[in-house]
Design a protein around this ligand. Structure first.
Ligand SMILES: [Zn+2]
Length: 336
């Protein structure tokens, strides 16, 4: 497809509840794809299918079993991923029920094949609607947990930019910041303006995640969004079957990887600007900065070492650093 012809999705904030939006915009040609958690809110309004995860076989089952020309995907990442995969050649509106990752506004889905997650090109939403009443009705601890995860996932753009510049042989601060200026603006926003997980930060986070998703669409690639820290995430999930979707969260895991990459950058360049910026923002957001805080999230030092060993031949900036199997830098970051 000619890149200039892509119509990027708009982000809309709504004061309407999810159920009322679906009532208003669905018709007999609409299929709602959702997860068990959100199903009870929208049951009986439109033809609806519930997905429990992002595994591949259900895509063909849904496509064959339902007649539809448009999808409304409501829920967390799995529902949005499967929704986009079932919408290829049709149209889709996305309603994220949590803002836990930067998966909201892009034209790709993470699909699970025989236990292995693959990011593949699927279908771009025409619109992304953030329903403020549903998001803000969540218990405060739940809102904090998922939005913290979203911020953690957003800031992997910094790690990805370091990875890209490492491969280009230019680790200058100007180049690293230049690739992902909007992400550094988001870091500054957190440091200056973030107070708590509330409507102000939900709106800011949704805008940041939307813009970050669109970087993938516009580049037609995710190299500025995800790098070694996401490889580490996948390795940790593989090696630690006790990890669940919420403990530790996606954002907590990739944030730990981002912090390690920022520390490597600091030691390789002698410039501590990025490490300090990330640490200050993480502290405000409550993302783990110490072994104790990691442990509280369910991530042990031994997990990090095993995960880093597993990706040392991945060709990433993070993997290359640990080729010599020297993990002392972890104490310099997290032992405080
Ligand atoms: Zn992610």
């Amino acid at each position: 497809m000619n890149k200039t012809l892509i119509k990027l999705p708009e982000l809309e904030f709504s004061d309407e509840a999810i159920s009322s939006i679906i009532k208003r915009i669905s018709d007999s040609e609409t299929l709602v794809v959702t997860d068990p958690f959100n199903f009870s809110k929208i049951e009986g309004i439109s033809q609806t299918v519930v997905v429990h995860d992002n595994s591949h076989p259900q895509i063909s089952v849904i496509k064959a079993g339902y007649k539809y020309s448009r999808i409304i995907a409501v829920g967390g990442c799995a529902a949005l991923d499967i929704g986009r995969a079932c919408a290829i050649g049709k149209s889709i509106i996305v309603i994220p029920a949590i803002l836990s990752t930067s998966c909201i506004s892009l034209d790709r889905s993470v699909i699970r094949y025989n236990g292995i997650n693959k990011l593949e090109k699927t279908w771009l939403p025409e619109k992304v609607i953030v329903c403020l009443p549903d998001l803000l009705d969540m218990p405060a601890s739940r809102l904090a947990k998922w939005c913290q995860s979203g911020f953690g996932d957003l800031f992997t753009m910094v790690a990805a930019s370091i990875d890209l510049q490492y491969k280009r042989g230019d680790l200058s601060l100007e180049a690293v910041i230049g690739n992902v200026g909007e992400c550094f603006d988001a870091l500054e926003w957190v440091i200056k303006d973030f107070n708590d997980y509330n409507e102000v930060s939900v709106r800011a986070l949704a805008n940041f995640l939307h813009d970050s998703s669109l970087v993938v669409v516009k580049r037609d690639g995710s190299e500025l969004n995800a790098a070694g820290e996401h490889l580490l995430y996948h390795a940790l999930l593989r090696l630690n079957p006790q990890y669940t979707a919420s403990h530790p969260t996606h954002g907590q895991i990739v944030a730990a990887g981002t912090l390690i990459i920022a520390a490597i950058y600091r030691e390789q360049t002698g410039n501590n600007f990025i490490f300090n910026l990330i640490s200050t923002a993480f502290k405000k957001l409550g993302l783990p900065l110490t072994y104790d805080e990691l442990s509280e999230a369910g991530i042990q030092k031994s997990h990090l070492i095993d995960g880093l060993l597993a990706i040392k031949s991945s060709g990433s900036h993070l993997g290359d650093y640990f080729k010599n199997e020297n993990f002392e830098i972890l104490d310099r970051i997290f032992l405080r």
